[in-house]
Design a protein around this ligand. Sequence first.
Ligand code: MD6
Ligand code: FE
Length: 202
Amino acid sequence: MAEPTLILRGIEIHKQALDGPAQEALVAVLREVVRQAPLFTPVTPRGKPMSVRMTSAGKYGWVTDRKGYRYEPRHPDGQPWPPIPDEVLTLWRDLVSAERLPDCCLVNVYREGARMGMHQDRDEADFGWPVLSVSLGDSALFRVGNTTRGGKTESVWLESGDVAVMGGAARLAYHGIDRIRPGSSGLLKGGGRINLTLRVVD
Ligand code: MD6
Ligand code: FE
């Protein structure tokens, strides 16, 4: 699993890093995470609700509201976030590091029509650590640009079981999800897509 299938603007993409049973197992443990830390609709600092629903596992969760983008040690309901499932940590150990584990597993849930605008992941203290992303369920059109806003972009479809590692010079590349393809996967009852992103925060 060490060699990426393809590299898009420095982002290493491991196609089908998770086979069908591994995807099913991950969905089962994520159901437990969502039971403990319910999905919520984040609001941007300007007051606009995002189209994805979100929760987290780990020492910190990523949140946004009128107060801004940040990491918090507790869910908006006041409870600590549940631990990051071992099945998820194993991917990080295999593809990133066994020495330093991630502090946050952000869970984004897309239903038909949900998208994510072009952004950088820059709320972490140390950009020396990559962000690892796991795609489950419906395929998503992932767009990658440059380390400054604007300019040419390139896109790739991320499918269920694909894992992407965004590190090195690509760590601060602008990226986003233009749209998902409804019905492209039977993994999630009711359809949709789950994206996990693992980050070192402190
Ligand atoms: C998504 N992914 O795939 C959104 N961020 O739904 C991200 O925003 C992302 O895939 C950092 C690194 C990899 C990613
Ligand atoms: Fe991101």
